[in-house]
Design a protein around this ligand. Structure first.
Ligand SMILES: NC(=O)c1ccc[n+]([C@@H]2O[C@H](COP(=O)([O-])OP(=O)(O)OC[C@H]3O[C@@H](n4cnc5c(N)ncnc54)[C@H](O)[C@@H]3O)[C@@H](O)[C@H]2O)c1
Length: 455
């Protein structure tokens, strides 16, 4: 072990004579030790839904390029979710799934038990709704675990401040942390970013982004059925509740607000917005079904964002940048493939001046390869600060729509309304962070009436 080669986990345990007694070490006594190239990295999946199953698959798929990796524990609050996810992964990743029944955990403390199956330097995959991010990230840091966690990271100012602090703690402990804004790892978008930085479309004056389609995810909810507790209903329908997800606005729109801000090379400093509930019938969720936001950047440039979840209306999902010399498409019709192109005119007509060659590598795979490479090579890697910034500016636009006020970055950052201060103390049948009235209705935003908080 040379001074230039950081110790691997095995070196550390051997030098302290603790290979046999490794299990007896307490988390706080284990310094962060990165896995050597040939050692098996272990992962635990916490939140075994659609994205969690996908993220675990992307994690396991790194084995062919980055060395042995396996899933050793799974955690969820719903048994059927864990069961389905386990089956899907077991069918596809034979030999890399080592999750016997005793390492499948259910409940609000399941995440801690799953993390307890890992050693310092292993990976916790956090793919629950965002409300649990800070709780689980804090525990992972305490245990010296590397982390992959999904976007968004926060839905309000107080939690963002907490996550900024945790980001610094993770860096101090040399933990590697990936955040699921996978577009940042897309090769096409990276080349586009370089070309924009080199002046190929001139100075960006305006950007526009659209996410307009019918109702998706759990953003629309009818009344709570009798056979589920209040808190479990809200977690299951997390896009419906602002505390759990930041609503459809945070959960769906963050990618495009982030990719536009990345291309601009700045975060917006303020937002004003419109939004309304139009065709809601008996739906009890807290979302609007249209949102229109004007974001302003420090140099006065604008991003106009259009969000709609409405059947029968025009659909589009794309992001654009307009510069003094031309136009770029950042997303063509979804997150991937981006099909990024540049035109030397504003109308984006005629042959593009440049287009990234197709097919594009999958950014969901790339984000994992870069994280695992950083873990193997012990390279600095922490995406949390910009993940929180992206979450905050997204919340800034949502708060502008929900209050009917101009909201600045400083206002959202310093706002006092924490949607779910006690996420770490939730119980299956206890009260939920937002409770219904006698008619089963939850508070919905009232722009111009409730102005200093969203509900
Ligand atoms: N990067 C992307 O493109 C992308 C795509 C989809 C989802 N996501 C993100 O992934 C996250 C999950 O979304 P999803 O679509 O997979 O939702 P999902 O409902 O399919 O999965 C979430 C899972 O977490 C579980 N869960 C909830 N609270 C838990 C807790 N306290 N402990 C353990 N498990 C818990 C749920 O039971 C569920 O199985 C969201 O933050 C979402 O924004 C990102």
């Amino acid at each position: 072990m040379s001074a230039e080669t950081p110790p691997t986990r095995r070196d550390f345990l051997r030098s302290t004579g603790q290979i046999a007694a490794a299990g007896a070490l307490t988390a706080s006594s284990i310094p962060y030790v990165h896995a050597g190239v040939d050692e098996t990295v272990q992962a635990a999946l916490i939140g075994c839904g659609g994205r969690g199953t996908g993220a675990a698959a992307d994690c396991l798929a790194t084995q062919s390029k980055h060395g042995p990796i396996k899933l050793v524990a799974m955690a969820d609050v719903f048994e059927n979710k864990l069961k389905n996810s386990h089956k899907v992964l077991n069918d596809s990743y034979v030999g890399q799934m080592d999750v016997p029944p005793e390492r499948r955990f259910i409940g609000f403390d399941a995440y801690e038990k799953a993390m307890g199956c890992l050693k310092s330097g292993d990976i916790a995959i956090l793919t629950t709704p965002l409300a649990f991010r800070w709780v689980m990230f804090q525990k992972a840091i305490e245990k010296g675990l590397n982390v992959f966690m999904e976007k968004p990271l926060t839905a309000d100012g107080p939690t963002s401040r907490k996550m900024f602090e945790l980001a610094e703690e993770a860096t101090k402990k040399n933990l590697k942390v990936g955040v699921g804004l996978m577009i940042r790892h897309c090769k096409g978008r990276r080349e586009l970013k370089d070309r924009i930085a080199n002046g190929e479309i001139g100075d960006i004056l305006a950007m526009r982004a659209y996410r307009m389609h019918g109702p998706v995810g759990s953003a629309f909810s009818g009344p709570k059925p009798a056979n589920i507790t209040e808190v479990m209903f809200q977690i299951n329908r997390f896009h419906s509740f602002l505390w759990a997800s930041g609503g459809c606005f945070s959960d769906f729109y963050i990618h495009q607000i982030d990719e536009c801000s990345w291309m601009k090379g700045a975060w917006p400093v303020k937002a004003q917005a419109n939004g309304a509930r139009q065709y809601r019938g008996e739906d009890i969720d807290q979302n609007f079904d249209t949102y229109t936001v004007e974001y302003t950047y420090p140099d006065g440039a604008k991003l106009f964002f259009f969000g709609r979840t409405m059947n029968g209306a025009y659909t589009e999902m794309s992001s654009w940048a307009h510069g003094t010399k031309g136009t770029a498409v950042i997303s063509t019709s979804g997150h991937t493939p981006g099909k990024v192109r540049i035109w030397n005119n504003q109308a984006a007509t005629g042959d593009p001046a440049w287009a990234f060659p197709q097919p594009e590598p999958n950014p969901y795979r790339l984000e994992w390869e870069e994280l695992v490479d950083a873990i193997r090579q012990n390279k600095p890697y922490n995406e949390v600060k910009r993940g929180v910034e992206a979450s905050l500016v997204t919340s800034m636009g949502r708060m502008a729509a929900h209050t009917g006020q101009v909201i600045t970055y400083d206002q959202i950052l310093n706002s006092k309304h924490e949607f779910s201060p006690n996420t770490d103390k939730l119980t299956m049948d206890g009260p939920a962070p937002v409770m219904p009235d006698a008619k089963g209705h939850y508070p919905i935003p009232q722009p111009g009436i409730v102005k200093d908080r969203e509900y």
